[in-house]
Design a protein around this ligand. Structure first.
Ligand SMILES: [Zn+2]
Length: 78
């Protein structure tokens, strides 16, 4: 049996999961600790980002500060 096909399928699923996670994350807003504003990013800019639980290493589009930004779901806002 061509073992390569299985390997390709596993890689494809892994890649799909990475993209799916980024798409879900693009629905969240991120809170900048530096200027205190919320911002959203397109999923393409959320691929392969470093994170620790809810904190993501991102560049704030408002003040340009690079740092850990807490992800907030839409429901948590108010
Ligand atoms: Zn900021």
């Amino acid at each position: 049996m061509p073992y390569g096909i299985y390997l390709a399928a596993v890689l494809l699923v892994a890649y799909a999961l990475i993209i799916w996670q980024a798409v879900l994350l693009s629905r969240c807003r991120f809170w900048c600790k530096s200027c205190g504003r919320l911002f959203a990013l397109p999923w393409r800019r959320l691929l392969f980002r470093q994170h620790v639980q809810d904190e993501w290493w991102l560049v704030c589009p408002h003040c340009g500060t690079k740092g850990w930004c807490r992800a907030k779901r839409r429901k948590e806002e108010s």
